[in-house]
Write a protein that binds this ligand. Structure first.
Ligand code: ADP
Ligand code: ADP
Length: 237
C-alpha cells in the first residue's frame, strides 16, 4: 500500500508542487493521475520512489516510512518499483533483449557486470517479460528500429523483468498516436490484472484514463481535487 499523509513538496526555488496531499492506494490498484501540465503529477509519482524527497508529512510504501531510508536501503527499496517515462529511456543502439536485461544488472556479481554477461535464467526472464507485452518477435532487433509504441513496450518489459510490486509511469502514452496509446494502455491493464502489480500512471487524456484505469485521481495546483472510481464517472456521463 502507498499512503500519503499530509505530504508537501517544495522545490528549492520555493515552488510548492504538492500541498497537504493525503491519499491511500491499495496493492493491485490501477490508478490514473490526471491534471494539467504543471499541476504536480510528476512530482506526485516521483516522491513515491524517492526521486524527490518531501518537506512535510509522511509517505509510507508497504509499511515503510520512506523518508527514513538511506543509501543502500533506497536502492533495494527501488528494486520493487518499476519506472516508465514518456521518452522511454532505452539505450537505442543495442538490442531489445539487452535493454530488458539491464533490469538485472544490480543483482549481478561484479565480474558479470564487467563482462556484460547475463545468466541464462535472466535471459529467460527477459524473454518472458517481452512475451507478456507482445513483442517477443523483436527481442533481437535494435531499439532504434522500433516504433514509439514498440519502444514503450520494451520499457514496460524492462520494468516487469524487475518483478516489481509497483509500476510508476510518467506520461507513458503522451508521445504516441491514439491507436498505439490504446494498445499500450491495454498492456498496462493486462499486467495489472495478471500480475497484481499496483500501477500509477500520469496521463492527460481523460478518456483513456476512464477506459483503462480503475480509479482516477485529479490533481490541480498541487492538491487532490478529485478521487473516484472510473466506473462511477462513466455512469455520470
Ligand atoms: P506535471 O507533471 O503535472 O506537469 P510537475 O510535477 O512536473 O507537474 O510540476 C509541478 C510544478 O512544480 C510545476 O510548476 C513545475 O514547474 C514545478 N517543478 C517541477 N520540477 C521542478 C524542479 N525540479 N524545480 C523547481 N520546480 C519544479
Ligand atoms: P514532466 O512534465 O515530464 O515532468 P518537465 O518538462 O515538466 O517534464 O520537466 C522536466 C525536468 O525539469 C524534470 O526533472 C523536472 O523536475 C524539471 N523541472 C520542471 N519544471 C522546473 C522548474 N520550474 N525549475 C526547475 N526544474 C524544473
Amino acid at each position: 500500500m502507498i499512503e500519503f499523509d499530509k505530504v508537501s513538496k517544495i522545490y528549492p526555488n520555493g515552488m510548492k508542487a504538492l500541498t497537504d496531499v493525503s491519499v491511500k492506494i491499495e496493492q493491485g490498484e490501477f490508478v490514473a493521475i490526471i491534471g494539467l501540465s504543471g499541476s504536480g503529477k510528476s512530482t506526485f509519482i516521483r516522491c513515491i520512489n524517492k526521486m524527490h524527497d518531501i518537506e512535510a508529512g509522511k509517505l509510507t510504501v508497504n509499511g515503510i516510512d520512506i523518508s527514513k531510508l538511506k543509501g543502500k536501503e533506497v536502492r533495494s527499496f527501488r528494486r520493487n518499483i518499476g519506472m516508465i517515462f514518456q521518452s522511454f529511456n532505452l539505450v537505442k543502439r543495442i538490442s531489445v533483449i539487452r535493454n530488458v536485461l539491464t533490469a538485472f544488472v544490480p543483482d549481478l556479481p561484479d565480474w558479470r557486470k564487467f563482462l556484460g554477461i547475463f545468466p541464462n535464467e535472466n535471459k529467460i526472464q527477459a524473454l518472458e517479460a517481452l512475451d507478456n507485452v507482445h513483442i517477443l518477435d523483436k527481442a533481437y532487433t535494435r531499439v532504434d528500429q522500433l516504433s514509439g509504441g514498440q519502444q514503450q513496450r520494451v520499457a514496460l518489459a524492462r520494468a516487469l523483468a524487475q518483478n516489481p510490486q509497483i509500476i510508476l509511469a510518467d506520461e507513458p502514452v503522451a508521445s504516441l498516436d491514439p491507436v498505439t496509446s490504446k494498445q499500450v494502455m491495454r498492456d498496462f491493464k493486462d499486467i495489472n490484472q495478471k500480475n497484481k502489480i499496483t500501477i500509477l500512471i500520469n496521463i492527460h487524456d481523460v478518456d483513456l484514463a476512464l477506459e483503462y484505469c480503475d480509479r482516477v485521481i485529479g490533481i490541480n495546483k498541487g492538491k487532490i481535487v478529485y478521487d473516484g472510481k472510473s466506473s462511477d464517472i462513466t455512469q455520470d456521463i
